[in-house]
Design a protein. Structure first.
Length: 375
């Protein structure tokens, strides 16, 4: 048995002895998580309960370091060390290091694909190994230390093979990382689980700086800036708007049919409140009503507008106003296309500003682009 295995066994024994001593003292050193660690664990438990958690298996030399490495990556919600793709059942550590079972020290990684991509996990894994080395990583030698990525479904298979082939182009020697289905996996003894958490100074073949790199490799994405739309003072609007725009939006006026800016506008884009810039209507909901004003089957969402009974001019109508800007927009009628819901939002062009599709991203309306894909 080589010196590294002996050293590893000595460290294991010391770790077990230390664990027993700590337990006997009742200190709770390894059982009591720090507050922020407890929060992370609680969040991971929630994710683990979802059906979206995926799993992949990495063999990268001594599994103590490989497990600890993956535990640093945001989106990895669970790990377990064990023995994979061997020829016996329920092997012990001693049997595995005897080189007679064919097992590889392997880390089962559970991850949330909505938080971390499998391609990133593979790329990071490659930073911890020498993929051209056969049965050796660092000072550890033996077939249990071979490298491999083992998958359990066809989707993962295609990603694994494609990424490894891509990364292999960066090496002059052949890459020897196995990319095969998982045949079997047996959980390793308890003292191997979370070993470097329990023994911070324990043996590890991975350079310590890589753990810090893993922590920073998948940062929480910055929250998108939210635009706050506000009602404008009438004095500001008097200076900002044209006379007709002010008359329509602030004095409930009505522009002439067929003689306004958007009645025959057919380009893709979004229509926003002229007084606040808040999105109100989308071009995919616009239709030709023959009335001479822009007509829409519905607003982007009902929460953007207010509808009020209007009995002016001797008629009973439903007025449409923008909720945030409290600007008069027009009226809604029940003579719209039945296949679009039967409503016709007849809106004054003077109350709107049209943003063409090509300008939506640069003008801050990019998140509404998917609405234009509707048919």
């Amino acid at each position: 048995m080589n010196k590294k295995v002996n050293m590893k066994n000595i460290l294991i024994v010391l770790g077990v002895v230390l664990g027993i001593a700590v337990f006997a003292a009742g200190s709770g050193l390894f059982k009591k998580a720090k507050p922020h660690e407890a929060e992370i664990r609680k969040e991971n438990e929630k994710i683990m309960d979802s059906k979206n958690v995926k799993e992949i298996y990495f063999a990268g030399g001594c599994f103590w370091g490989t497990e600890h490495f993956f535990q640093q990556i945001r989106g990895v919600v669970g790990t377990e060390v064990g023995y994979a793709n061997g020829n016996t059942q329920n092997p012990t550590y001693e049997e595995v290091i005897s080189h007679t079972t064919g097992f590889a020290e392997t880390v089962k990684v559970k991850y949330d694909p909505e938080q971390v991509d499998l391609k990133l996990l593979i790329d990071l894994y490659f930073k911890t190994i020498d993929p051209t080395s056969k049965d050796q990583q660092g000072n550890d030698r033996g077939n249990q230390y071979r490298t491999g990525i083992y998958y359990t479904d066809k989707t993962a298979e295609s990603v694994v093979k494609e990424e490894v082939q891509k990364l292999a182009k960066n090496y002059d020697k052949p890459v020897l990382v196995e990319t095969i289905p998982l045949k079997n996996f047996y959980r390793a003894e308890d003292y191997h689980q979370d070993y470097l958490d329990k023994n911070p100074g324990g043996y590890c073949h991975i350079e310590p700086g890589l753990f810090e790199m893993a922590k920073k490799a998948n940062p929480v994405p910055a929250k998108p800036k939210t635009t706050t739309y506000q009602k404008q003072d009438k004095k500001v609007l008097k200076e900002k708007l044209t006379a007709e725009q002010y008359n329509v939006t602030q004095e409930n006026g009505t522009e002439r049919p067929f003689q306004n800016e958007y009645w025959d506008e057919t380009r893709e884009g979004i229509y926003v409140d002229i007084t606040t810039g808040e999105p109100l209507f989308i071009s995919t909901d616009k239709f030709e009503a023959g009335c001479g004003w822009p007509s829409f089957s519905k607003p982007i969402t009902k929460g953007l507008i207010d509808e009020k009974l209007d009995r002016t001019h001797g008629m009973d109508r439903v007025e449409v106003r923008s909720k945030t800007g409290d600007a008069h927009l027009g009226h809604v009628f029940t003579d719209g296309p039945t296949d679009k819901g039967g409503l016709r939002y007849c809106i004054n062009s003077a109350s709107l500003k049209f943003i063409p599709k090509a300008e939506m991203e640069t003008k801050g309306y990019g998140k509404y682009l998917p609405l234009l894909d509707k048919k």
